[in-house]
Design a protein around this ligand. Structure first.
Ligand code: GLU
Length: 548
């Protein structure tokens, strides 16, 4: 077969040579050992946790070594593409703080190695496809869907593996006349790799995460250009990563099965393959067993979940790091205030079998992250979240920013800050009672307290409350009220001899707390009352008296 003739027959429109393309993508001017990596998602409309995990690993590899991270959009599968998906991907990755140096942005491409969207690279792929034919490494296949199905059925009967290989590769050695006739008849065709591999041949490969793995050569004549003239991932990947000078590919381990094909294609195209890091699936505990997080069953796989629930972006980042590198938590304990990027991330520490995700743990981290923020920051983030997800609360919360910030400042700062909430969506539950609109009685007094004592406490408090009082004066007044109704003013005395009292000053405080906040737990009462102001405090206490 005259390969040059066949290549011209199949790709008459392709006039450029690989050398001309290569000249457009010169070597990057970077020092030895510097990583260039990319995040290369497909715009399917679903941005998942894996996107943050993968891009964060790539980001650390690049930025820790002084290298380049770029964003490439892999949209060669038009059936899976969803309108607006690229924009939401870009926005979501930016929201989680992944900083790209190059690639697709909302304002078009940035960088000298584009276009960074695969559908815009059709002509480039076809230059290499033509070369593959010229070199005898690819051939056209005119099989219809029905013919491929028949092959599959036959393979099922013979109990051999599926695929287009060996004797099943029916167009592999067809004479040129058959190809010409099929082209003339206008039959659709795909371009297939002429695989030279054999499943008898095994070799060892060193994956950055999996370590040394055993690989079997590929013997399948995979499609490298589809009937629409566009390559599938398998062919676009080596070409793009070669031209864009990627040194590290971080991707899901669902691609391990086709790693032999990718290595084979790099070789046939004359490219040096990048280093691969295949990440295990994200897992969760389901009862007592581990399973993969699933798009269908687990909303927490989608990044939109974290955003809408109000997980702070910093918590998600901290949590992902905790999961990826087991020494991160110790580092964080030793460096509580350090920037997360100062942590020395290591790809070698990743669990090859996949990382376990646990929303409970994320919540603990999140409470910790929020507890270290200033009231101002908590206010800004909560307002940003509520503006998108809880408009009603947003209006109330932002009507008087100083008021809201004052409430958020209670118990903040110092070396033992409160850890009341881990989500922006929990702020409403935490401090909603401060606004008359959301104030309600969430609990009631325990039956064991006689109603007259409670009433007396409430009455006496209103009589004596002065919002100009210092905290100690305020509390001394509460103690005095406690003593006046036979409750212990001193907790030590009470604990030593509980039967001598009807209750304690803690109970008396609780009577007031419930009346003022509607809850049994609340931020510091002295501060709450001061911020609410005398009139509102007295109003609520009187309303409670009337209810009793
Ligand atoms: N588009 C592929 C995916 O979304 C990218 C895999 C890779 O990073 O090479 O899985």
């Amino acid at each position: 077969m005259d390969n040059k003739y066949l290549a011209q027959l199949l790709f008459p429109d392709v006039t450029k040579t690989p050398e001309e393309i290569e000249a457009m993508y010169p070597e990057r001017d970077l020092a030895e050992g510097v990583a260039v990596s990319r995040h290369a998602p497909s715009p399917t409309g679903f941005v998942h946790l894996g996107n943050v995990v993968q891009s964060l690993i790539s980001e650390r590899l690049c930025h820790q070594s002084g290298g380049i991270l770029y964003l490439r959009i892999e949209d060669t599968d038009s059936k899976r593409e969803v309108k607006g998906a690229t924009e939401s991907l870009i926005n979501m990755l930016a929201y989680y703080g992944i900083k790209f140096d190059e690639g697709v942005t909302l304002d078009g491409d940035k960088g000298a190695y584009g276009p960074y969207t695969q559908s815009k690279r059709r002509d480039i792929y076809r230059v290499y496809a033509k070369k593959m034919v010229e070199d005898g490494n690819a051939y056209p296949c005119f099989c219809t869907k029905e013919e491929l199905e028949a092959i599959r059925e036959e393979q099922e009967k013979e109990k051999v593996s599926y695929g287009y290989y060996g004797k099943w590769a029916v167009w592999r050695d067809r004479p040129i006349e058959d190809i010409e006739a099929a082209l003339k008849a206008g039959k659709p065709w795909v371009l297939r790799l002429r695989s030279t591999g054999s499943i008898e041949n095994k070799f060892k490969y060193n994956d950055l995460i999996k370590g040394e793995i055993n690989v079997t050569e590929n013997d399948v004549d995979f499609v490298i250009i589809k009937s629409d003239g566009i390559p599938p991932y398998h062919f676009a990947h080596p070409i793009d990563d070669h031209l864009m000078h990627t040194t590290h590919v971080v991707r899901g381990d669902e691609w391990l099965a086709t790693l032999p094909l990718h290595l084979q294609l790099h070789k046939l195209l004359g490219f040096k393959p990048p280093k691969y890091a295949h990440i295990g699936a994200l897992m969760k505990m389901d009862g007592s067993s581990k399973r993969k997080l699933s798009t269908r069953k687990d909303p927490e796989l989608g990044l939109a979940f974290y955003k809408s629930q109000g997980y702070p972006r910093d918590s998600v980042r901290e949590y992902v790091m905790t999961v990826l590198n087991s020494n991160f938590e110790d580092w964080r304990r030793a460096n509580p205030d350090a920037d997360i990027d100062e942590f020395k991330f290591s790809v070698k520490k990743l669990n090859p079998a996949g990382s376990l995700f646990d929303l409970g743990k994320l919540m603990d981290i999140s409470k910790n992250v929020i507890s270290k923020m200033t009231a101002e920051q908590v206010y800004e983030y909560t307002a940003e979240w509520a503006n998108e997800f809880d408009k009603d609360f947003y209006d109330v919360f932002t009507a008087d920013p100083d008021f809201s910030k004052a409430v958020l400042a209670i118990g903040r700062g110092g070396n033992k800050p409160r850890k009341d909430f881990g989500l922006w969506s929990e702020v409403k539950g935490y401090m909603g009672f401060m606004f008359d609109k959301y104030f309600s009685l969430e609990c009631n007094y325990d039956e064991k307290f006689d109603r007259d004592s409670i009433k007396t406490v409430l009455e006496k408090f209103v009589e004596s409350y002065d919002d100009g009082d210092e905290q100690q004066v305020w509390f001394d007044k509460i103690k005095a009220i406690a003593s006046s109704i036979g409750y212990a003013a001193d907790m030590k005395e009470y604990k030593a001899n509980p039967d001598a009292f009807k209750g304690s000053v803690a109970d008396v405080s609780m009577f007031l707390r419930l009346a003022v906040t509607g809850k049994l737990n609340s931020p510091d009462m002295y501060s709450v009352m001061k911020i609410l102001g005398r009139d509102r405090v007295n109003e609520r206490i009187k309303a409670m008296e009337e209810r009793l």
